[in-house]
Write a protein that binds this ligand. Structure first.
Ligand SMILES: Nc1nc2c([nH]c(=O)n2[C@@H]2O[C@H](COP(=O)(O)OP(=O)(O)OP(=O)(O)O)[C@@H](O)[C@H]2O)c(=O)[nH]1
Ligand SMILES: [Mg+2]
Length: 315
């Protein structure tokens, strides 16, 4: 293999403060010059990726970072070279960032990142930057009829935190009733980022942020057609084959479980923490842990290579 075929590992910092990300502008003479970038740089031979991240952000910005969280590993082939961007979210650092190499810096609202000119590899980073660390799931209607929507809404209205991402999971209902429930929830709680089941009616596209594939639907899917760049796809994965397929398909994040047994699924197949760590390690995209998870499990989940927690009842 000639050296030009080698994958260049790059440590990339998604530095977030007050809902904004720190960007630099690449110099014109650089690869993908003149475009915005997330600060970072090449991993040196024999260097740990996190060591490279700490070094690069110190060299480029003069800051010392704490507790970087792996978001994704993104491989992209440019005409000139192939890069693997190891993207870490950083919310804690010491020092005020300055462009120590003369590069201009700016803070940009996370949802405005979609509008900017980044290196071609970066589109998935912009989407991943929007993802929450909590993936909330609804309980089902108590029975599959319209009258059950009102009490269901009342529960959700008090249960879900402001701006939560909520997967509307109603396995028992028809698609008409499903659409009605999602529409009414979106009117009652316009702040929520609603995720519909993968085959929900197209009429919901205006009010949802994305769709969720069950593992069976994921495995049956050969292509993923994103309706817009801002449409997020999630998929449930319970084994290695589904984790691999989700990545091949290009979904944005996966929900892996069941990590622990729960009252609602007492006899289901349980991965345990070891099983979760194994699947999370195989994933280059963000992984949510599902099954007996609470927001307080986030540190444990992230220590095992996960990104966030998923669950029906967060307290
Ligand atoms: N830092 C950074 N690099 C990116 C991004 N997206 C992307 O494709 N890259 C690519 O990753 C590669 C390495 O990044 P870099 O040029 O920052 O490397 P570096 O800091 O070590 O710079 P140097 O080699 O000029 O000293 C470049 O080919 C660059 O185009 C991004 O968002 N941030
Ligand atoms: Mg750099």
């Amino acid at each position: 293999m000639s050296s030009s075929n080698k994958v260049v590992d790059v440590a990339v910092g998604l530095i977030v403060k007050n809902g904004q990300a720190l960007l630099a502008k690449r110099a014109l003479h650089q690869h993908q010059g003149g475009r915005f970038e997330f600060p970072g740089g090449k991993v040196e031979a024999g260097e740990l990726v996190t060591t490279a991240l700490t070094r690069e952000l110190h060299e480029e910005l003069g800051i010392d970072i704490h507790d970087p969280q792996l978001v994704q590993r993104l491989t992209y082939t440019y005409p000139e070279k192939t890069v693997c961007l190891h993207v870490y979210r950083i919310e804690s650092f010491i020092g005020e960032p300055i462009g120590r190499e003369g590069q201009p810096l700016t803070w940009v609202d996370l949802d405005a990142l979609f509008e900017l000119n980044f290196p071609d590899a970066n589109r998935p980073i912009v989407r991943a930057a929007q993802l929450p660390t909590r993936y909330s799931i609804t309980s089902d209607l108590y029975e599959p009829r319209e009258a059950a929507i009102a009490p269901w809404l009342a529960e959700i209205a008090i249960e879900k935190e402001t701006d939560a991402w909520v997967y509307v999971r109603l396995p028992s209902v028809s698609s008409e009733l499903y659409a009605m429930a999602v529409q009414r929830l979106s009117m009652l709680r316009p702040d929520l980022n609603l995720i519909a089941v993968w085959d929900a009616p197209e009429a919901l596209n205006e009010i949802i942020v994305g769709r969720h594939l069950t593992q069976a639907a994921l495995l049956a899917k050969k292509h993923l057609e994103r309706r817009s760049e801002r449409e997020f796809w999630f998929a449930a994965c319970h084994d290695e084959a589904s984790v691999a397929h989700a990545q091949k398909l290009g979904v944005d994040a996966i929900v892996v479980g069941a990590v622990l047994s729960t009252p609602t699924h007492p006899n289901g197949d349980v991965l345990g923490w070891d099983g979760f760590a194994k699947l999370a390690g195989l994933s280059d995209i963000p992984v949510y842990a599902l099954g007996g998870m609470q927001p307080s499990n986030i540190d444990e989940v992230q220590a095992l290579g996960g990104f966030g927690v998923a669950g029906v009842r967060f307290v």
